[in-house]
Ligand binder design. Structure first.
Ligand SMILES: [Cu+2]
Length: 156
């Protein structure tokens, strides 16, 4: 009987490990960091397009020099404005690094409000639940059910 309890314990540990692996951390712009990108905001569009963001992931803004980061609404993003309180969804963070957790499936918009940095391209949209994120969820589910099936067949 003892081995069954150990095995079930191992199973629970393994499952929580798999679930824990779901949350990732992303550094905005990778090596470029959070800055005025040379080619306009396409630099951040391209960065975001290459990543598979999921609920619970963390994104880190790192910068050198005078910048800040504030989460804004779509309107704030489009207008490069955080002056109206209706457009801001977070305080203006002025020290690097600043981390945000992706806690809703709605698009997340971030801008820098220093001078004309946003208009020059220092803004980014982070979109969760894109089609690219689905395969990893399916993989996790398939892996978990494989473990469960294997354990059930061993216990019987
Ligand atoms: Cu800036």
């Amino acid at each position: 009987m003892g081995y069954k309890i150990v095995f079930i314990g191992l199973l629970i540990a393994l499952s929580s490990l798999v679930i824990g692996c779901g949350a990732d951390t992303y550094s905005v712009g990778n090596d470029m960091g959070w800055t005025v990108p040379p080619g306009g905001d396409s630099a951040y569009r391209n960065w975001a397009a290459r990543e598979d963001f999921e609920l619970g992931d963390q994104i880190i803004f790192r910068w050198i020099g005078t910048h800040n980061v504030v989460q804004v609404t779509r309107e704030g993003y489009d207008n490069c404005s955080a002056t109206n309180y209706n457009m801001t969804l977070s305080p203006v963070h002025t020290s690097s690094p600043t981390t945000f957790t992706l806690n809703s499936t709605a698009p997340h918009y971030f801008i820098c409000t220093v001078d004309s940095h946003c208009r020059l391209g220092q803004r980014v949209t982070v979109q969760i639940g894109s089609s690219a994120a689905t395969p990893s969820l399916i993989k996790t589910g398939a892996f978990l059910s494989t473990i469960l099936m294997a354990s059930i067949s061993l216990l019987i």
